[in-house]
Design a protein around this ligand. Structure first.
Ligand code: KIV
Ligand code: ZN
Length: 554
């Protein structure tokens, strides 16, 4: 990098728009969506999609609910031409879906594109040429008037050449893009858009689509919004124009730029699933659509099975959805941090059907997009006690007493540290069983019985302790008390019960009980034990033995 002062780059010039309205607005409805996956995906993929993959992808876009789908650049390659033909000839385009094709402002390409469209019910013919000063200077070496002429000539040519197609029943709409719009002088963008509109002569019933691309994202999203508001307020036939957005993501703010530009008055959004596309990608439509949804606006697109959508996307494009990508990423409903896990656990029970979603740290109900709560919490060495307790409760039904969370949390964290990886719920359950429920050394309970007489409980218990058999007896005001007193008569460390909790595991005759005992062992060490049995009394005795064994093991 250049050391300061940075002279190699310059700030992007602001738009002079003192009365800008967009900062005061909120979004109230979804835009018209247009998927450009099948064009940009193909242009930018290291391994382009086969026709079969494109067909599968097209069907996916239809199922999601896209009504406008750019199917490619048929005049640019035989594959794209053939794909367009197959869609039409095999009648794969639903009646309410309009296909869009991309074409440069050249007569030969327009003629070829019209051939590709024969037999289609309705199409958007998307013409574009570059308009920015740098493109005019470096690439075309042409003055503004020539750039305008290229566009208007192409539109006039299309209008004349499409007559047979229209006569045969195809409805043709025009989309025009001044490519590199955001790097073009606004007055010139307006001039060329107006000139194209003059030639096309749109009506309110059949408006023109003016697509204003951020071909390369150079500015902050507020500047983009200013540019769009400026255009929206200066176009003379706004009532006959659909203003369309097409952001790229070079600065990582394609989504923000689109959202602000919608506030600025745009009607339509072009983008791709998960932001695929040239360089840093096109706008991620999934994120913008679900951002609207989480503000209570239905996007008109169905992402209720986002995992399946991601699978088809990954298979066809051979790209991976990044694990942190909003909504679809593998890790976005997973909290590793202890305090976050705790807050999620505490806010979950407050959810009520029919009430607004309000779970801390999770802005969308994962179930709405086909993802599950179960995956919400995963445990690694950074996780806290709440997360472990949550997993044991939600996956295995153990409601550990609050005081026990810290102890089990540390055990699991240490284990995760040792392994150097996160732990699955299965591993957590296995560790819990090993530490508390399956401890039979050095003390193994072989027998336990009680009799009750005159409000006193007498117990007899048998053990093996370091290979020797041991029998104890005692009496107290309940089985736990009797057992603790019986132990006190041995050389084993003294056990003092501090707290006790129990609940059933499962339902019906086969249900077992689980007990959790917090004990002070040997007068110093406070720790928990846990036991399971179909007999609740025995479950508590096992829990005491578990605590004792844990203490002796240390
Ligand atoms: O990014 C862009 O400018 C484009 C145009 C062809 C619309 O993709
Ligand atoms: Zn683009």
């Amino acid at each position: 990098m250049q050391s300061a002062p940075v002279t190699k780059y310059r700030p992007f010039p602001p738009v002079d728009l003192p009365g800008r309205q967009w900062p005061n607005r909120t979004l109230t409805r979804a835009p018209i969506w247009c998927s450009v996956d099948l064009r940009d995906g193909n242009q930018a993929l290291a391994q382009p999609m086969s026709v079969e993959e494109k067909l599968e992808y097209f069907d996916l876009l239809v199922r999601i609910g896209f009504k406008e789908i750019e199917v490619g650049f048929p005049s640019a390659s035989q594959i794209e031409f053939d794909f367009c033909r197959r869609l039409i000839e095999e009648k794969r385009i639903p009646a309410d879906v309009t296909i869009q094709i991309l074409c440069q402002c050249r007569e030969d390409l327009i003629t070829r594109s019209l051939e590709a469209l024969r037999g289609a019910k309705q199409v958007i013919f998307h013409l574009y040429n570059s308009t920015s000063p740098k493109q005019r200077e470096y690439v075309f070496n042409a003055p503004k008037s020539e750039i305008v002429r290229i566009a208007t000539h192409a539109v006039g040519f299309l209008k004349a050449q499409m007559r047979p197609l229209v006569a045969a029943g195809t409805k043709v709409r025009l989309e025009y893009s001044p490519e590199s719009f955001t790097s073009t002088e606004l007055e010139f963008s307006l001039e060329i858009c107006e000139a194209v509109t003059d030639v096309w002569q749109p009506t309110a019933a059949d408006p023109i689509i003016l697509n204003l691309p951020a071909t390369v994202e150079y500015a902050t999203p507020n500047v983009h919004a200013d540019q769009i508001e400026w255009m929206c307020t200066h176009l003379t036939r706004r009532d006959r124009t659909i203003v369309s957005l097409h952001t790229h993501n070079d600065r990582g703010t394609g989504v923000a730029a689109t959202e602000l530009a919608l506030l600025a008055g745009a009607d339509r959004v072009e983008g791709t699933l998960f932001g695929n596309g040239e360089r840093t990608g096109n706008l991620d439509i999934v994120t913008v659509a679900l951002n609207l949804y989480t503000h209570g606006i239905h996007p008109g697109l169905d992402f209720s099975d986002i995992n399946r959508i991601r699978d088809v996307y990954e298979r066809c494009t051979k790209l991976e959805v990044p694990p942190r990508l909003p909504y679809a990423g593998e890790l976005v409903f997973t909290a590793f941090s202890g305090s976050h896990q705790d807050a999620i656990k505490k806010s979950m029970p407050h959810q009520r059907p029919g009430r607004p979603w309000d779970v801390l740290y999770i802005p969308v109900d994962p179930a709405d997009i086909g993802r599950s709560y179960k995956a919400i919490i995963r445990i690694n060495s950074q996780s806290g006690k709440g997360g472990v307790a949550y997993v044991l409760e939600n996956e295995y039904g153990f409601t550990l007493p609050k005081l026990m969370h810290k102890e089990i949390g540390k055990i699991i964290n240490d284990l995760a540290d040792q392994k150097g990886t996160e732990l699955t719920p299965r591993q957590i359950h296995a560790a819990f069983q090993k530490e508390y429920l399956k401890r039979t050394t050095p003390l193994a309970l072989t027998q336990f019985k009680t009799v009750e007489s005159k409000k006193l409980v007498k117990c007899e218990a048998g053990f093996t302790f370091r290979g020797k058999r041991l029998k104890v007896a005692g009496q107290g005001n309940g089985p736990i008390d009797a057992f603790v007193r019986a132990l006190a008569a041995t050389t084993l460390p003294k056990v003092e019960i501090l707290s006790y909790a129990e609940h059933s595991l499962g339902q019906g005759a086969q249900a077992k009980a689980v007990s959790y005992i917090q004990a002070k062992v040997g007068g110093t060490r406070t720790l928990f034990g846990a036991g399971i049995d179909t007999n609740i009394e025995l479950a508590s005795i096992k829990a005491i033995v578990s605590a004792l064994n844990r203490s002796l093991a240390k």
